[in-house]
Design a protein around this ligand. Structure first.
Ligand code: MRU
Length: 339
């Protein structure tokens, strides 16, 4: 099998390696994801994260395991274990459905290898198309706000919302990006800040609670976020805190855009209320941990509510920027996302 390298995935010597996104930006560690248990553990710990990347990592691992001689039955079981590793991101299910079709072929080793590689190449192209479509919406002199991390770390390509921002910056239209730190796991503070720094895009890091006053002060021209799943009525699940930003943007009459590839669309999910939301460990809220160490500030027995995602209703979204182009609220109301 050939070598493959994206910002955070690496296939070499017929094994999958992942860039540990929990250790970034202080450390750049490549960790083995050589079997299903390892990859599931990386997904749970968000060492591999971002809806598109999770689907691609699972697909590549299955292809590699097929090449290593796992039986059709073992691969089918592995596929179902991987499918259950992250409930909200539909890209995982969409990619695994394609891998399952490849597994049904008579030469399933070749078919799965070809399909996994194709998914990676497609994701790069989807990201490019999103950046092209989305950047047309960014006006000269824009001050943009983004949440979580939707860049090259979360995809095989330039990213989704962050890809749009980077492209618009290349076009000379972005003067500042407000980066929400994104509690509780700090994907904004750790990952988006790092990526924008690497791309030399001017940014300022803020805590999630600062967005409202920036909007009131006229410091935000548009909000750009990604999605883990878009329902048929346009409701979009994304990192917890996205919905609050959409409410704030609506109040301040600021455009709120969701950027995502076709693989994030779930035409069979009628509305946001039907999207499963992952609940996570209390320790993520009672303290914080990373390459910088671990701290706990809450009482040991504090009761905690920790949903990883929330749902933004379609009514608060100004545009869905897909690889196929910009989808308007009118088109969504007319049923463009319906099966
Ligand atoms: O839990 P995470 O860090 O994987 O959450 C990521 C997001 O919410 C992203 O916005 C989404 O997956 C899209 S990434 C292109």
């Amino acid at each position: 099998m050939q070598t493959l390298r994206t910002t955070s995935l690496w296939v070499r010597d017929n094994q999958l390696w992942i860039l540990d996104q929990q250790a970034l930006p202080q450390q750049q560690n490549w960790l083995p994801a050589h079997d299903v248990a390892q990859l599931v553990s990386h997904i749970h710990a968000l060492r591999v994260r971002g809806a598109p990347l999770i689907g691609l990592s699972a697909s590549l691992l299955l292809a590699l395991l097929a090449g290593q001689g796992l039986s059709r039955q073992q691969l089918a079981e592995s596929l179902e274990v991987l499918r259950a590793s992250r409930p909200t991101a539909v890209n995982l299910m969409n990619n695994l459905d394609r891998m399952k079709l490849a597994l049904a072929q008579s030469d399933f080793v070749a078919a799965m290898t070809q399909e996994a590689w194709r998914l990676v190449e497609e994701d790069k192209q989807l990201c490019e198309a999103i950046a092209t479509a989305g950047s047309t919406l960014v006006k000269p002199g824009s001050k943009l706000l983004t949440h979580c991390n939707t860049g090259g770390l979360a995809t095989a390509g330039v990213g989704t919302a962050l890809g749009v921002i980077a492209r618009a910056h290349q076009q000379g239209n972005v003067v500042n990006v407000w980066v929400d730190e994104t509690r509780p796991l700090l994907q904004g503070g750790r990952l988006t800040a790092w990526e924008l720094g690497e791309l030399q895009v001017p940014y300022q890091l803020i805590t999630d609670s600062m967005a409202a006053s920036l909007m009131a002060a006229g410091e935000v021209d548009a909000v750009w976020v990604g999605a883990d799943r878009i329902a048929a009525n346009g409701d979009a699940a994304n990192k917890i805190g996205t919905y609050s930003l959409a409410v704030l943007a609506h109040y301040h009459q600021i455009p709120f855009y969701v950027a995502a590839p076709q693989t994030t669309l779930d035409r069979h999910c009628p509305e946001g209320a039907a999207i499963p939301i992952e609940q996570r460990a209390a320790s993520e809220v009672t303290g914080v941990s990373g390459s910088f160490g671990s701290v706990q500030w809450a009482p040991q027995n504090a009761r905690v509510f920790n949903p990883a995602f929330d749902v933004t209703p379609a009514a608060l979204i100004s545009g869905w920027v897909l690889d196929s182009g910009v989808v308007t609220p009118e088109q969504v109301k007319a049923g463009i996302f319906q099966p």
